[in-house]
Design a protein around this ligand. Sequence first.
Ligand SMILES: [Fe+2]
Length: 295
Amino acid sequence: MNPIVTILDASWRDDADIREEAVSALESGRVLYIPDLGFPVEEDEKRFFDDGFLQLSSKNVSYDPSTGDVRGLKSTQGAGDTDKAALGKLLARYAQFTRDLCAELLGDFAARLDVARTSFRPVEVEGRKARTVGSDDTLLHVDSFSSRPMAGRRIMRVFTNVNPAGKPRVWNVGEPFEDLAKRFVPLMRTPWPGERAALRLLYVTKSYRTLYDHYMLRLHDDMKGDSTYQRTVPLTRVELAAGATWMCFTDQVSHAALAGKYVLEQTFYGDVEHMARPERSPLKVLESMIQRPLT
Ligand SMILES: [Fe+2]
């Protein structure tokens, strides 16, 4: 099955059948790709798309739509503050753009999603040195957070390639979640006694790490750490064009970012109970394999 579902921009507006198909495709672990839906960048924002213009303190600039907080820039005075405010405005606009898109494309399903952080990814992925294997996003993985336990909640992400030179974002998409879980979960260790309480006490995690988060983090790390798996698993390579938007559940879709820079991204969280097909969610797939509640 092709993991990419292409949606032509004009075809989905005000069409209830397409809404249902779009939700079903997302929950089946496919990527919705809208090649003709770009995000309008204003003239004075184009400076952020020049190599080396931004003084970054991390690989992404991130924005919290609920507080307006912008992170990821080196703290500077004067011009730096102006850039930070302008980036905040750009990211706030992008957050609204993705909310509007989800409302139109996914209908009622979108109303039950919570808006999380927005990010701008200005650094070229290809050739970027990752500090550890675990932080190397050029390796296939499913998303999970080491410090923010999700307790089964879904991670859906919307991306738009705003590369001014027309360079695509290149992804590999791997096997379905059910298949990778079957491959890795039987080999996994269970948490050490007291391990998750210690992580909480030491402020490594923001709340208690559920068994779900334990298994999702292990999946993330074990996939990345298995070089034979990375070399041999069937892959679909996709070029996500400049001026295109795409979205998927990144906690379910096995993905790797191989090349490209200047991408905007919006994260949404969703409760498993709010899914149209909860049994397809990573939580339910893992619980049925492990035969115990994980949250
Ligand atoms: Fe990822």
